[in-house]
Structure formats: structure tokens, C-alpha cells
Design a protein around this ligand. Structure first.
Ligand SMILES: C[S@@+](CC[C@H](N)C(=O)[O-])C[C@H]1O[C@@H](n2cnc3c(N)ncnc32)[C@H](O)[C@@H]1O
Length: 229
């Protein structure tokens, strides 16, 4: 491990998650978007030489292994793992999946993406969101912030979140926005720096709605009032 940055309630590690995860305590939820290994996949499949090639044959896009899965599950109580369809053979059976419906059809990219969830709720859920949003893209496979906020908000009793494949830090920004502690790990120094900057910005500009909800909960606790649903 070559760097650790502490930014508010976030701790960010530059290094290989296989080395760092076993040194950390267990958190409430692991929410991640690991490399799907699409370089390998495309080179074998009908996409070879296609429009995805330049994007996915990145040095970091090595498919994850059973070792990664075991480390991720040991490090957290609940897990949401995007790309679960690419490595379903490595994951235990589940009833619950999350689907990101991109609302666009017939393009060269997928109509939807799928996350494998450890069973903390039973039903599958769909999030409708167009990738053609105005969000600035700083990583080739950057997930929309709204998507990561949505899936974190589905986890019961969640106070701490880890993303061992942090990329540009979208999960971290969402976790910080929602008032959770965050741990991020990224192996690429360039993406690590981007994640540090984005999470620092999010820490300096807390989400007003979440802050108001927190304050209301504190006042309710102090006055010992029943929580309104
Ligand atoms: C699919 S991208 C994540 C993108 C992220 N969701 C975002 O919104 O920016 C996966 C990331 O995992 C990183 N990575 C790959 N192998 C890793 C490892 N062993 N340890 C830590 N990070 C790793 C890659 O450098 C890449 O940035």
C-alpha cells in the first residue's frame, strides 16, 4: 500500500484490495463495481474489434476471482456487486438483484446493468436512469451518482460503506452525501487522485436534505418523540 488519505469520515487507500481488505474491520455494506473482464470477454466474443474495445481492454480490466469475492464477503455484512451477471459462477445463489434500466435501446452498450445483492431485502428492484445525464465523466466505466445513492439507500441500518474497486470514487461521493462512513480502495494512482478530489468536494458540500433529516432525527431523539414514517 503506498498511500492512505483521510477525508472527513472517509478513508481512502491506494493499493491492491486483495492486500488491504484483510487488514480492515467489517463494515455494514460493500457496494462496488469491480472490473468485469470485458476485455477478455470481448476478445472471445462477437464484440472483438467492436466499439467497446478501446474502452474495456484497459490494463485494470482483469476479471475478478473467487479470492476477491471471498475477501469482499468477509469484509462486510451486506454486499451489492455490480456486474454480477459476468461472474455469477463465483457468487452464491440469491433471490435479489438490482437492475439499472438505462432507458435507451438498441445502442452498442447494454440496455441495463445488473447488481448481485446478498439478501437483505427479498425483491428485485429496478432503477430507471439515462446515462446521458450531465454528470462529468472522469472514469471510462463511471457509474451515475444517482444510481449509487439509490442502491446504498436500500441497505437496512447502514452506517458504513466500503468500495474496494473505487475508480473515480462515485460510491464514496454517494456514501458521504448520505452521511455514511466510507472506505475506498483503488489501485490506479490517477483514479485514486480523482476519487480523493471528488470525495473531498462532497465532504465540503454536504447534502442539505440529508443534513435536515439527521437533525430532525436528533431532535426527535432528544425529545423522545415517536419517529414519523
Ligand atoms: C469498473 S471500475 C470502477 C468505476 C467506479 N464505479 C466509478 O464510478 O468510477 C473498477 C476499478 O477497480 C480498480 N481495480 C482493479 N483491480 C483492483 C485491485 N486489485 N484493487 C483495487 N482496485 C482495483 C481499477 O483501477 C478501476 O478503476
Amino acid at each position: 500500500m503506498s498511500r492512505i488519505e483521510t477525508i472527513g469520515d472517509a478513508t481512502l487507500y491506494l493499493g491492491d484490495c486483495r492486500e488491504i481488505l484483510p487488514t480492515l474491520g467489517k463494515v455494514d455494506a460493500l457496494v462496488t463495481d469491480p472490473p468485469y473482464g470485458l476485455g477478455d470477454w470481448n476478445n472471445r466474443g462477437s464484440n472483438a474489434g467492436g466499439p467497446f474495445d478501446s474502452e474495456v481492454t484497459q490494463a485494470w480490466d482483469k476479471p475478478i476471482t473467487a479470492e476477491h469475492i471471498a475477501l469482499m464477503r468477509a469484509a462486510s455484512k451486506h454486499q451489492i456487486i455490480w456486474g454480477g451477471n459476468y461472474f455469477g459462477d463465483l457468487l452464491p445463489r440469491t433471490k435479489q438483484m438490482f437492475v439499472w434500466n438505462k432507458l435507451i435501446r438498441g445502442m452498442h452498450f447494454n440496455d441495463c446493468e445488473i447488481a448481485w445483492c446478498s439478501q437483505f431485502r427479498e425483491a428485485c428492484r429496478v432503477f430507471d436512469y439515462s446515462p446521458a445525464s450531465a454528470e462529468k465523466k472522469e472514469h471510462p466505466t463511471q457509474k451515475p451518482l444517482a444510481l449509487m445513492r439509490w442502491c446504498i439507500s436500500k441497505i437496512p441500518n447502514c452506517e458504513s460503506v466500503i468500495d474496494p474497486f473505487m475508480g473515480s470514487g462515485t460510491t464514496g461521493v454517494a456514501a458521504v452525501n448520505l452521511g455514511h462512513r466510507f472506505t475506498g480502495i483503488e489501485i490506479d494512482p490517477g483514479y485514486f487522485d480523482i476519487a480523493c478530489r471528488r470525495i473531498d468536494d462532497a465532504t465540503k458540500r454536504p447534502d442539505m436534505f440529508v443534513q435536515l433529516e439527521k437533525r430532525a432525527a436528533e431532535i426527535q431523539d432528544a425529545l423522545d418523540l415517536p419517529v414519523s414514517k
